[in-house]
Design a protein around this ligand. Sequence first.
Ligand code: GRF
Length: 188
Amino acid sequence: MAVLNSRLKVAVFISGRGSNLKALIKNSKLKKSKYKVSLVLSNKSDARGLSFAKKNKIKNYFIEKKLSVFESRALKLIKANKIKVICLAGFMKILSPNFIKKTKIPILNIHPSLLPKLKGLNTHERAIKAKHKFSGCTVHYVNEKLDSGKIIIQKKVKILKSDTTNSLAKKILKLEHKAYTEALEKIF
Ligand code: GRF
């Protein structure tokens, strides 16, 4: 128990499926893990990821969609729960510069491309259309500019001629699940 208690507390912000959240929770249970997921916040009431949090008895909250309301409640919860790092995992809101400044803790995001290539949405479709040879995922710090903060880890995959948006998304999602934990372990 003493080991678990000394692990750094992480909050994960989600909006949907939550497969990255699931991977983070799974890895946090390994003996060697330096972190534990202590708080899950969603801006969507029906985010599937909320059910993993419940199942794992992790504090979880749906906060209404308006960004200003989300941010002020999130700030209070982060302080009250002594959170040391925030991980955005499929969180579909852009946090305000004010929130980023006020939290005073690192905020990480996972993005499904090899940044700085393909910032924004629909990355797999755009990678295939542009005939890129490789794609992948990036875990980076969040700053005021979208998908532009310092890169912590990238994982790369070859785009095959036979790849579709779906097949590429599947391959990259597998890499994402590894990359997020590795990035967290790396920054601690
Ligand atoms: C992932 O592809 C992530 O890179 C992007 O949104 C997706 C979230 O998937 N930011 P999940 O909710 O973690 O399954």
